[in-house]
Write a protein that binds this ligand. Structure first.
Ligand code: GDD
Ligand code: MN
Length: 379
């Protein structure tokens, strides 16, 4: 039935909405530095929705380019648009969730702010939710009527790989689990709100895998367009975040992905420590002094990487960056004490030095992670 509907006109759905007088569709657009795109997006949605009532909720992470101001201007002109501003935080998935929670309508669509998604599919997506019992309508580039447009080979390959992993590891069956374009019942998201990982970019995959029972899903084809203005925010860290979303799903939230990253960076920090130590001793610096220098270098190295990657959504800048570094160093020193005491204890009780070493390292990792998460990069 859903398939049959996706090709029919929206007249029936429209009259239903008008009878109720309620807002038919809330549209959530996550936006970071998209000022130039807000007006074209609003105009395009208005054209696409025609008579259907809608609101546009822009979730802006305090973009320096003045995205929020542009939303205010449009609202002043009478457009059904408002802005949720988040300060000191970044993240596409969490922005989308917050926008959904603030939606007026029970039926919510998510669309990128850069006009890459095809807003003319919105009425069809809405009608499917209004007139069938599907929970989720996905705008897909890999079904009939869909396509990736002008993508280069590299990007296509990356997207295929990510999709393959989602199929294999997360057991998701839909053709385009990477899509950022979909419509869903708000109650579906609210029902699993505590199980959402909200890491990184892949909010759709997050919703699909959080639900305890499989969701009823239909896919609607669309062609991925070129970005209207500005630049993509997809970078290497976003790919890392995808890995962490998967870790979170596979360990059922038992091991925080951030902890895995924190430990991986700790491992790199150790390599950095040894390299500096080697260099300094080679230059004739006495061992203890060399060890001190290496420790300082490794700590600075760990701090900067964690600030850039692990805690990027709460990244410290300016004088907070400096204070954060001092607190982080203090935390790591305490962590080192914890490491030595636990290692000592284990050595005495168990008598194996490799085990003692591992126990000590584990102790300090957990300690450093917990304290850094709460005192250095406050959530
Ligand atoms: N609030 C907020 N915070 N919005 C963000 C953030 C953030 O940290 N990062 C990105 N956005 C917004 C952008 O402003 C844009 O409106 C939308 O999220 C998508 O970001 P892009 O930077 O344009 O991503 P993309 O075009 O490379 O990726 C698209 O395609 C992927 C599939 O290949 C997105 O649709 C992804 O969701 C999709 O997975
Ligand atoms: Mn984009």
């Amino acid at each position: 039935k859903a398939e049959e509907l996706s090709t029919r006109s929206s007249v029936q759905a429209r009259s239903f909405t008008h009878r109720c007088g309620a807002l038919a569709l809330s549209i959530v657009a996550p936006a970071y530095n998209e000022r130039e795109n807000i007006r074209p997006l609003t105009d395009a949605i208005a054209r696409a929705m025609g008579e259907v009532t809608w609101e546009l909720i822009v979730v802006d992470d305090d973009s320096p380019d003045g995205t929020a101001g542009e939303v205010a201007t449009l609202a002043g002109e009478g457009a059904p648009i408002r802005c949720i501003r988040r300060v000191g935080r970044r993240g596409l998935a969490s922005a989308v969730v917050e926008g959904m929670l603030a939606a007026e309508s029970e039926l919510v669509a998510v669309i990128d702010a850069d006009l890459q998604h095809d807003e003319t599919r919105l009425p069809v997506m809405l009608e499917l939710l209004e007139t069938t019992d599907v929970d989720l309508v996905i705008g897909s580039r890999h079904v009939e009527g869909g396509g990736v447009g002008e993508w280069d080979r590299h990007r296509q390959r990356m997207s295929r790989l990510a999709t393959w992993i989602a199929h294999r590891l997360a057991g998701v069956r839909v053709s385009d689990p990477m899509s950022g374009f979909f419509a869903v019942r708000r109650s579906v998201v609210e029902a699993t709100i505590y199980d959402l990982s909200q890491q990184g970019y892949k909010i759709l995959l997050d919703i699909l895998t959080a639900s305890p029972t499989p969701l009823k899903v239909v896919e609607v084809g669309y062609v991925f367009r070129e970005r209207h203005a500005g630049t993509s925010k997809l970078d290497v860290v976003v790919l890392l975040e995808y890995a962490f979303l998967l870790i979170d799903k596979l360990t059922r939230g038992l091991i925080p992905p951030r902890f895995v990253l924190f430990c991986a960076i700790g491992g790199l920090g150790l390599a950095c420590h040894l390299a500096v130590l080697d260099l300094a001793v080679g230059e004739g610096v006495p061992f203890l002094r060399a060890q001190g220098i290496a420790t300082l270098c490794a700590m600075a190295f760990n701090y900067m990487l964690n600030n850039a990657i692990t805690y990027r959504s709460a990244r410290l800048r300016g004088w907070r960056f400096v204070i954060g570094y001092l607190v982080f160093s203090a935390v790591c020193s305490l962590g080192a004490l914890a490491n030595i005491s636990v290692a000592n204890l284990t050595l005495r009780e168990v008598g194996s030095w490799p085990l003692a070493g591992i126990a000590g390292a584990l102790m300090s990792s957990v300690f450093n992670f917990g304290v850094a998460t709460h005192f250095v990069w406050r959530p």
